[in-house]
Design a protein around this ligand. Structure first.
Ligand SMILES: [Zn+2]
Length: 301
């Protein structure tokens, strides 16, 4: 999963001073006292760090976002919190100690602040908070170890992010001989998670290619499916990624990928019928038309 950056107070002090300097230079001619607001939760400690460096400026802290003049957050991530906040108060100035949209901070991954202990800030604490939101009795015996188990399970379900298709698609240059017929592995199990609900997507994949002098071990095709399935996905993209990776690394005459999957986010909520399969197909090269296309579609059934 995503890399973590664990921050120390020294780094934070540097950032807080930088933000304070920016604020100071923007305050020329400003009426005092200045009204500050920290975005819950992380913006609150961030606010007090910044305030330490605003000596000489009369300020007040408010918990009323609507009347705030300066808003502080610990982190501007995608900017969605900032958008929500500035929707409620568009006149205030917004500052973050860190801003993932900048080049400087873009690669920090998952930032852990000192007020979140490395353990608390992790996956498990977030699962614990989810459990508290879902179950009125979240402290009960049966749920105590759940965050640990969920974190462990997600390491598996998301392991595809750390895997590179180039690494597994080592090709045998001359292994194909003159074989130029369709190679197919059918019914490869697919276990993925939809990126809209983090719910299960599962089913099967059929992967075919027509070699152009290069072949791969057949087990590599199911590993390729896994690399892309073990990420947050939509079925359409998953299908296309598998086809494109084969096309890129194997340069075959053609590629066909078909997925038939069930989506628990839809079935379990009654959005679609139980047992209903979504079928997606991606064709490349000669597989796009004519006999190869018909042959693939017949094999994929
Ligand atoms: Zn979904």
């Amino acid at each position: 999963m995503t890399q973590k950056t664990i921050l120390d107070y020294r780094t934070l002090e540097t950032r807080a001073r930088r933000v304070a300097d920016e604020i100071l230079s923007s305050l020329t001619g400003h009426e005092v006292p200045v009204l500050f607001y920290g975005v819950p939760r992380g913006g609150v400690p961030a606010l007090y760090l910044v305030l330490q460096h605003l000596s000489g400026v009369p300020y007040e802290v408010t918990d009323n976002l609507a009347i705030a003049e300066i808003i502080i957050d610990d982190l501007i991530d995608s900017g969605s919190t900032m958008e929500r906040v500035t929707f409620e108060n568009s006149t205030a100035d917004f500052y973050g100690l860190f801003d993932k949209r900048t080049e400087e901070d873009a690669d920090l991954g998952w930032i852990v602040f000192p007020w979140e202990s490395a353990e608390d800030a992790g996956f498990e604490d977030n699962v614990r908070r989810m459990l508290q939101a879902i179950d009125p009795n979240a402290d009960r015996e049966g749920l105590i170890e759940t965050p640990v188990r969920v974190a462990k399970a997600w390491t598996k379900w998301a392991e595809g992010y750390g895997q590179d298709p180039a690494g597994i698609l080592k090709v045998f240059e001359d292994g194909a001989g003159n074989y130029d017929e369709m190679v197919t592995v059918a019914n490869i199990p697919v276990y993925s998670k939809c990126e809209h609900h983090m719910a299960d997507i599962f089913g099967t994949a059929t992967v075919s290619y027509i070699p152009n002098g290069k072949i791969v071990g057949l087990s590599k095709l199911s590993r390729l499916v896994n690399i892309y399935a073990r990420r947050l996905q939509v079925q359409e993209r998953l299908t296309v990624q598998i086809a494109d990776a084969l096309q890129e690394h194997l340069a075959p005459l053609g590629v066909g990928v078909q997925l038939k999957c069930r989506h628990m986010c839809m079935e379990s909520r009654g959005v679609c019928q139980q047992g209903h399969h979504t079928v997606t197909t991606a064709l490349r090269g000669v597989m796009k038309e004519g006999d190869p296309r018909a042959e693939f579609l017949a094999v994929a059934g």
